[in-house]
Design a protein around this ligand. Structure first.
Ligand code: ITT
Length: 204
């Protein structure tokens, strides 16, 4: 099978590392946003993960001319009515970063007992072939159920991983190595569907 160029259109280093690891065995040459000049800034103004993932993948495939993969993801907390959800990256407002987002989330759940701390990670991957390659689009969703901790634990991963407890393994996602997280995570599940379908795309 010939190698295909694939633009992985994310500015998030944690996501990029997980996406790259997952497609390592496939005949793809990964291109990252850092390899391109003057990429447009994309306003994530959709009201769903799907809309935002498609907007990112479409805009950057049109800009670059590459088959393009984008990821829109986040954490839905039941006790907060599903927030931060699509607002996960900037939950703590201006100057948001992972530490501040985690602190804000823990504060928001202050006094909420363990049996009401259910949450799920959601990941939507959008793959877009640009107009020059016949414009096609695919969308894959993965979800992973867990609970929000009372304090962060673990050093691995990124984002909300230190406060996301995954009951089947009795650990937070930040206590797992990348490979183990990928077996169970929202992104891992969405990637599994995508990887199953990729050979067909490459041959077509
Ligand atoms: P790009 O849009 O450039 O891909 P981003 O970080 O802005 O990067 P999103 O808008 O999709 O991406 O925000 C997703 C946020 O959800 C991310 O910043 C993390 O805080 C959180 N998140 C997503 N997947 C996660 C994971 O596997 N572990 C921990 N946190 C995650």
């Amino acid at each position: 099978m010939r190698s295909v160029d694939l633009l992985v259109a994310t500015t998030n280093a944690g996501k990029l590392a997980e996406l790259q690891a997952a497609v390592r065995e496939l005949p793809v040459r990964i291109i990252s946003l850092q390899d391109l000049n003057g990429t447009p800034e994309i306003v994530e103004d959709g009201s769903t993960f799907e809309q935002n993932a498609l907007k990112k993948a479409r805009s950057l495939s049109d800009f670059s001319g590459y088959l393009t993969l984008a990821d829109d993801s986040g954490l839905e907390v039941d006790a907060l009515g599903g927030e931060p959800g699509i607002h996960s990256a900037r939950y703590s407002g201006e100057g948001a970063n992972d530490r501040r987002n985690n602190e804000k989330l823990l504060r928001s759940l202050n006094g909420v007992p363990r049996d009401r701390r259910a949450a799920r990670f959601v990941c939507v991957l959008a793959l877009c072939a640009p107009a020059v390659l016949g414009r096609k689009e695919w969308v894959f969703r993965g979800e992973c159920e867990g609970e929000i901790m009372f304090a962060p634990k673990g050093e691995n991963g990124f984002g909300y991983d230190p406060i996301f407890f995954y009951p089947p393994l009795g650990r937070t996602f930040a206590e797992l190595d990348r490979e183990t997280k990928g077996k169970f995570s929202h992104r891992g599940q969405a990637l599994k569907s995508l990887v199953e379908m990729l050979p067909g795309i490459f041959q077509g």
